[in-house]
Ligand binder design. Structure first.
Ligand code: 6MZ
Length: 331
């Protein structure tokens, strides 16, 4: 089997996908976006990778947010995104999203719409939900966390964790807030070192989240890197996102090579497949191309990724069997 075909058909695991950033142009069209709005959303691909690009990226989410301002649209958006991942042979998906309050929708209604779309899914894909705290919305973080914890109590079979994301140039990490999430039984994954911010990164590593996203600037300071090595926290690696946002200069220079060289835990993810025009299969192909990974390495990585998920033991066993059966049939 050609390696592209291998990446395509492998039952994959996606652990870092933001709902609104994952909406494809077709889905946005179905949600009522105009052609102009859609070309605005896709313009990142045309931009030169400069430091400003990460800020540009955060403006683009407005297009998707404008299309998901009521419960019905949020339900449909979730359904479309799950279908896209299913069509890319993703067997297990952890979707993350920031509960949003709009004129015609409360945060509770937002979350319930996403949960309903997940519960209604009749495809062979396991989907779990992580709720995000937007770091740039500092005024409401406490209140947002309370809503998240309440909703986790109502839908414990779907809502598994909490994420810390948003524009990394704004706001800061509050360990006490995330301790509350942890105490309530939620797993914690935090965007970490997407830009250089050693003080915050140190606080995040000391908190020891279950996973971290990006980790781009962990290597830029020896002390931070040593701290990371002590924790051995799995990294959600988003190759295309980092290159498109200009936080990493090129695929060739991507920090993933250090994880591979040192056998550190990582998994490949899309981040915002709509905004960055990628798929999980494409991310696997890129890893093969730039870091000489072989299909067997990707199978091994996927097997290891099962232990980084926030799934139940039964679900983990099911995923392991799925992967092993696939290998038997395709070798
Ligand atoms: C940090 C990001 C992100 O939550 O409305 N988001 N946060 N770094 C990134 N790297 C590029 N990509 C997406 O999905 C969109 C939201 O996810 C976060 C931002 O807060 C963005 O507004 P939801 O479904």
């Amino acid at each position: 089997m050609e390696f592209e075909q291998f990446c395509n058909f492998l039952p994959k695991i996606e652990l870092h996908a933001h709902l609104n950033g994952s909406l494809s142009a077709t889905s946005l069209q179905k949600l009522g976006c105009s052609n102009e709005e859609i070309s605005e959303y896709q313009k990142l691909a045309e931009l030169q990778a400069t430091e400003k690009t990460l800020n540009e990226c955060f403006k683009l989410f407005k297009v998707a947010h404008n299309a998901t301002k009521n419960p019905q649209a949020v339900y449909l958006a979730t359904k479309y995104v799950i279908e896209d991942f299913y069509n890319d042979n993703v067997a297990y998906l952890e979707l993350r999203t920031t509960p949003r309050e709009e004129e015609n929708m409360s945060r509770v209604e937002y979350i319930e719409s996403v949960v309903k779309a997940i519960e209604d899914c009749d495809k062979k894909i396991i989907v779990k939900l992580l709720l995000s705290i937007d770091r740039s919305n500092n005024l409401k973080v406490e209140e947002n966390m309370e809503v998240i914890i309440k909703m986790k109590e109502k839908y414990p079979h779907v809502i598994k964790g909490v994420d810390f994301s948003g524009n990394p140039y704004v706001g800061g990490f509050n360990p006490k807030l995330f301790q509350k999430a942890r105490d309530s039984g939620l797993f914690v994954t935090l965007h970490c070192a997407e830009i250089k911010n050693d003080k915050e990164v140190e606080e995040i590593l000391k908190f020891r989240p279950d996973r971290i996203g990006h980790g781009t600037f962990l290597l830029s300071n020896d002390h931070i890197w040593k701290l990371y090595l002590d924790t051995n926290i799995p990294l959600e690696c988003c190759l295309t996102s980092n290159v498109a946002c200009g936080t990493t200069k090129s695929y060739k220079e991507h920090h993933l090579q250090e994880w591979i060289k040192n056998s550190l835990p990582f998994t490949l993810c899309t981040d915002d497949k709509g905004v960055f025009g990628t798929t999980l299969s494409k991310e696997l192909v890129l890893a093969c191309q730039y870091f000489s990974l072989k299909p067997t390495d990707l199978w091994d990585m996927t097997l290891k990724t099962i232990s980084y998920t926030f799934a139940s033991d039964e679900e983990k066993t099911f995923l392991t069997t799925t992967l092993q059966d696939w290998k038997m049939k395709n070798h």
